[in-house]
Write a protein that binds this ligand. Structure first.
Ligand code: HEM
Length: 397
């Protein structure tokens, strides 16, 4: 289709990625998308502690983050509201590696392809029913770009798979590991819970005498250094990203590495993230306070050595959204719930079966947990919001 219109693929890619970058950069749209995602999470997560049965931690986080993220982006007609589509999406994902290697995909990955076809068909129906008209401006704008470029509904629907991949492939994994590290280490959990007290912006008693505490989750980055550091350390510790960059000019790096124009430079994130000359002698350990500013016992980590979101022109445009939503979700969970593994001990799952293309490795197996309302907060009702309007009103979720 692009060729028929005489457009170059590069030009189209630049416009499409440019649209995503524009919408996901700090500004009113990002704030609205963050608020909408967190509002959905707040509602669904709030009910967790009242279900008596044990939860599979990763599956549970993945389900709630998937519905919240897609709900905020795709609006009321979100195709993922259909459990068949949600399941199909996660059935498709393990097939990506088989498709990448292209080894008889129609035989080796037929189940994954069938699942992908179901998702694409659901998106075709979504666009045919004008679902995008009620969706976020990001989806509306991307639809306009795609129709301007002459794409048919079926093609637009297929391309939505790429957007879902960016939106969904890492967020649940990052949240899972953040929650794991908070609950597996009682000190990190106590630090995190104490930290969030700084983001409480209102306290009053309701008619039943219950203390109602209002938390402004937009203050986490600024006022909750331990919680935010735990999130960043989670990305540093678990990131499996390998960036590939094309060398545009002959150059010599650090007076010793000759890079030839036209060659491909691979930057393996885990190597950079475990370099003791950058991160100190404990680079291989999880230190939930590593990214705290004003630490006196160590120098601040070098920002360019933090590769979890990649770097350069293709650096992840979703980094602001993720950095808003994941710590906020962690805050809502640790304030409201105690979480204990049914096995009695937190054991970090292995990641040997993780998808090699993904920037973060998913756990090989799930952790069965009991989620109960926090005893210490029995008489507290939590209210969450994100930011203050220009008129000075709390912006409720
Ligand atoms: C913790 C969560 C996330 C992590 C760790 C992550 C990581 C990454 C990494 C490593 C890259 C490749 C960067 C490079 O080539 O240098 C990337 C690209 C990308 N990410 Fe994310 N990501 C996350 C969440 C998101 C979210 C929520 C979105 C969308 C809303 C998103 C959208 C994208 C897009 C569109 C690209 C491609 C950029 C391009 O090619 O120009 N990501 N991400």
């Amino acid at each position: 289709m692009l060729k028929e219109k005489g457009e170059s693929e590069q030009n189209y890619r630049d416009i499409n990625v440019g649209t995503i970058q524009k919408f996901l950069a700090p500004g009113p749209f990002l704030a609205g998308l963050t608020r909408s995602t967190i509002q959905k999470l707040s509602t669904s997560i709030g009910l967790l502690g009242f279900q008596k049965k044990p939860h599979n931690l990763f599956a549970c986080i993945r389900h709630h983050t998937t519905l919240a993220a897609t709900g905020a982006v795709y609006g009321p007609q979100n195709p993922f509201l259909d459990p068949v589509i949600e399941t199909s999406w996660w059935d498709f994902m393990p097939g990506i590696v088989k498709l990448l290697f292209g080894f008889f995909p129609s035989i080796m990955a037929w189940r994954n392809l069938r699942a992908r076809a179901r998702v694409a068909a659901a998106f075709k129906e979504y666009f045919a029913n004008n679902g995008h008209v009620e969706a976020s401006s990001l989806v509306k704008t991307m639809f306009e770009v795609n129709t301007t470029y002459g794409f048919e509904l079926a093609e637009i629907a297929k391309m939505e798979i790429a957007t879902c991949l960016a939106l969904l492939s890492t967020s649940a994994i990052a949240t899972f590991w953040t929650i794991f590290h908070l609950y597996a280490n009682p000190i990190a959990l106590a630090d995190g819970r104490h930290d969030i007290l700084a983001a409480i912006v209102g306290e009053k008693r309701n008619a039943d005498g219950k203390l109602v505490r209002t938390v402004d989750l937009s203050l986490i980055k600024e006022k909750c250094p331990v919680l935010y550091s735990t999130f960043q350390e989670t990305l540093r510790y678990h990131s499996s990203v390998i960036s590939a960059k094309l060398v545009l000019e002959d150059m010599v790096l650090a007076d010793q590495h000759y890079l030839k124009k036209g060659s491909t430079l691979m930057i393996p994130g885990p190597v950079v993230h475990s370099d003791t000359s950058i991160w100190g002698a404990n680079a291989n350990q999880f230190d939930h306070k590593r990214f705290m500013r004003n630490r006196v016992d160590t120098s601040a980590p070098n920002a360019s050595a933090f590769r979890a979101f990649g770097g350069g022109a293709t650096m992840c445009p979703g980094r602001y959204l993720s950095s808003n939503v994941i710590p906020a979700l962690a805050a809502m969970i640790i304030l409201q719930f105690d979480i204990a593994p049914i096995s009695g001990r937190w054991v970090m799952p292995t990641t040997t079966k993780a998808d090699i293309w993904n920037a973060l490795p998913k756990p090989d197996y799930d952790i069965k947990v009991a989620v109960t309302p926090r005893k210490e907060a029995e008489n507290v009702e939590w209210k969450f919001h994100w930011g203050i309007s220009e008129e000075g009103h709390e912006l409720s979720l």
